[in-house]
Write a protein that binds this ligand. Structure first.
Ligand code: DAH
Length: 342
């Protein structure tokens, strides 16, 4: 009988070690400690022993019972802990991990570039002025020296509103007219950033929507030297102190003379490479001295006042600066692109 009990204890202990789930543990409890369990059966068997063997056998049987109950409790606790650990590993909240960072957002690359441009011109005393995206024909064209049948209008086809004579501005140049109306007869030094639209085929280099930054400086005795100095300073702050500009004669109806400003290539330093198409130069903006007709339209007497103006595309500036080859990426809302400039 004693041997049986010891053997039962050893068997139960081994079985208990193998119980890893709550179900297996319950099964074990029924099998050994339950009402029809092995130990209960063994205890019942004590009654059949000769009287002189009963006390010793009873003591051992009680010891086995206590030790199995204790082992069961310990095992049950271990199984509960293991289940908890597993639950945590799998589960919704693992307090050991750092929290997920909140996405705080960032500025679009066009906005970042606009702000950089604004900061540079602010240092040179330019105010930032805004005007609307919806313009009338007179302000977008006529007051900029483009009468209704002017051939230069072909370069600026746009979207028209249902209201006759209203359109989405094709450039920020009409902002010059607003600035003159607003500040006449004071001197003016403003930049006008904003969105422009054109009825264009969308390609790698052309968008139907884009930003521009217009500049206008108007006063007594302003010359082309001021224009050059201002733009060279801008290019050096934007692209590096060693930059050089070249002014190439061009044509715009609202400036006379007109020029296109080219910057020495930032990749090859004007030796010739794929970026500058082996010309050594990158076109960055259009500019010129404000045409007398434009001054007159704004109420400024061209015999007394002179001024310079320029217009640039910040997307183009950003493309050069960051080596971006497709303007469509600016407006495609693909975060894989935009996040590179976070
Ligand atoms: N408005 C012109 C365009 O969209 C750019 C421009 C050229 C603006 C010369 C100017 C300027 O103020 O003087 O192509």
């Amino acid at each position: 009988m004693l041997e049986q009990l010891q053997e039962l204890r050893a068997r139960a202990a081994r079985a208990l070690d193998e119980a890893v789930t709550a179900e297996q543990l319950e099964q074990w409890r029924q099998e050994y400690l339950g009402r029809r369990g092995a130990l209960t059966v063994a205890l019942r068997g004590l009654g059949q022993l000769p009287a002189d063997q009963r006390p010793a056998a009873g003591r051992i049987a009680n010891e086995v019972k206590t030790s199995l109950e204790q082992a069961y409790e310990a095992r049950a606790e271990a199984v509960r802990q293991a289940a908890l650990v597993e639950e945590l590993a799998r589960g919704a909240l693992d307090v050991r991990l750092p929290g997920r960072p909140q996405s705080v957002g960032y500025l679009h690359l066009s906005t970042q570039t606009l702000r950089e441009i604004q900061a540079i011109f602010s240092q040179m005393g330019f105010q930032v002025l805004r005007s609307g995206e919806v313009e009338d024909d007179a302000t977008n064209f006529q007051l900029l020296n483009m009468p209704p049948d002017h051939p230069a209008r072909d370069m600026w086809s746009t979207f028209y509103l249902n209201v006759p004579g209203l359109l989405l501005r094709t450039h920020t140049s009409p902002g010059q007219v607003h600035a003159m109306r607003r500040y006449h007869p004071e001197s003016i030094r403003v930049i006008l950033p904003g969105k422009c639209y054109r009825y264009e085929q969308v390609t790698q280099r052309h968008e139907f929507q884009f930003f521009q930054v217009e500049g206008l400086a108007l006063g007594h005795g302003i010359t082309m030297a001021d224009l050059k100095g201002t733009l060279v300073n801008f290019a050096r702050q934007m692209f590096g102190a060693e930059r050089r500009l070249r002014f190439r004669p061009s044509y715009f109806p609202f400036t006379e003379p007109s020029a296109e400003a080219d910057m020495d290539c930032i990749i090859c330093g004007s030796k010739g490479c794929p970026l500058c198409k082996y010309t050594g130069w990158l076109e960055i903006l259009g500019c010129g001295m404000v045409h007398p007709n434009v001054l007159r339209g704004g109420g400024y007497d061209p015999d007394e006042y002179s001024g310079f103006a320029f217009g640039m595309g910040p997307e183009r500036i950003a493309m050069l600066k960051h080596g971006i080859s497709d303007i469509r990426t600016f407006f495609a809302n693909d975060l894989r692109f935009l996040q590179q400039f976070a």
